[in-house]
Design a binder for this molecule. Structure first.
Ligand SMILES: Nc1nc2c(c(=O)[nH]1)N[C@H]1C(S)=C(S)[C@@H](COP(=O)(O)O)O[C@H]1N2
Ligand SMILES: [Mo]
Length: 319
């Protein structure tokens, strides 16, 4: 089922998976014995996740405005080719990610907002207009997928958060729980996973918070119960399993930027003409399809987002 076709002329996997490579090297150098397989989640815990109290929201009505130029990636393949470093460095992380405990799931909205909000995910989602959208996703490692996300526009969360006038960025944070997530026991790593957007980006119509995929609540390995989907940026920007949104005046520093600023910048917009320091970004492997295709500027979403970067040409906009 796990059909990843590789051809001679492709990058060997150790070069094409830089995020993992980097992690392994650091783990090795640091002598950290932390990245071990997670214990099997107890049956009691799995039972505690069921039934999902948001299941009735899916499948959501599809918004037909967002169209694909390729087939949707097979659900089984997509669900077994993931990056979720909190649970380890393998792409086949679905089994380990089952340890993710989904409820209660408390979200904090703070920083430069009218009033700090602490809200249960199940309560927040009932205030949001849930719809389905077909989006492409392009990892910085030169592979891509096409996913039927369900969720709501980030702009709706910003509306709900009521940021103050001096807020310019939104910083997002993943859960921090080393007892549950063995990858987080690697102490040399600047956990928790952090990402950031400008508020202008977050309120762009394409910017989406995904709570479902393939017509049901989002699977744990994809970042349940709520993850970002910013399809014009490299995949690492799309932070999983978010617990906190903070509105700030200063640009947040992402976890990848803290680790390796020369390779993973703040903007990280997809551009086939700007190579990663260690490989070309000119084309991509369509996971599960056995095909390589040219990568598109802004991952093909320029009509929606190019204007966001007018006047910023001096910045390092491309990963
Ligand atoms: N919290 C967290 N978010 C994350 C990651 C991660 O390891 N942890 N990996 C990122 C990377 S590198 C990619 S390519 C996408 C992968 O999303 P997918 O597994 O749903 O395809 O998630 C991003 N979000
Ligand atoms: Mo990625």
């Amino acid at each position: 089922m796990h059909v990843i076709h590789r051809r001679d002329w492709e990058l060997p996997e150790r070069l094409a998976t830089p995020e993992r490579c980097f992690l392994n090297r650091r783990a090795f150098l640091g002598g950290a014995a932390a990245l071990v397989a997670s214990p099997t989640p107890s049956a009691a815990q799995r039972v505690a996740d069921l039934p999902d109290p948001t299941a009735d929201l899916y499948p959501a009505r599809r918004n037909e405005k967002y169209v694909l130029d390729r087939p949707v990636t097979d659900e089984m393949i997509n669900g077994h080719y993931n990056n979720f470093y909190e649970f380890g460095t393998s792409k086949n992380i679905a089994a380990q990610a089952k340890a993710l405990k989904l409820r209660p799931w408390t979200l904090t909205i703070d920083g430069l907002v009218e009033k700090r909000i602490v809200i249960d995910f199940d309560e927040l989602i009932r205030k949001m207009p849930v719809e389905e959208r077909l989006y492409r996703m392009r990892c910085v490692e030169a592979w891509s997928m096409a996913i039927p996300w369900s969720g709501f526009p980030f702009a709706k969360l910003v509306e709900f958060a009521k940021p103050l006038g001096d807020a310019k960025y939104v910083r997002m944070e993943t859960f921090m729980d080393p007892a549950m997530a063995p990858g987080q026991r690697a102490g040399w790593y600047p956990w928790p996973y952090v990402e950031g957007l400008t508020i202008a980006e977050a309120t762009n119509e394409l910017c989406f918070l995904a709570t479902g995929a393939y017509g049901k609540p989002i699977a744990k390995q994809h970042g349940a119960p709520i993850r970002l989907a910013v399809p014009w940026k490299y995949g690492f920007k799309s932070i999983k399993s978010i617990v906190r949104f903070s509105f700030t005046a200063e640009r947040p520093k992402s976890m990848w930027e803290q680790l390796q600023a020369s390779e993973y910048g703040f903007w990280a917009n997809v551009n086939p003409q700007v190579a990663h320091p260690r490989w070309s970004q000119a084309n991509e492997e369509l996971i599960g399809v056995g095909e390589r295709r040219p990568t598109l500027l802004f991952n093909g979403y320029g009509e929606f987002v190019a204007d966001l970067y007018k006047g910023l040409e001096g910045e390092r906009l491309w990963a």
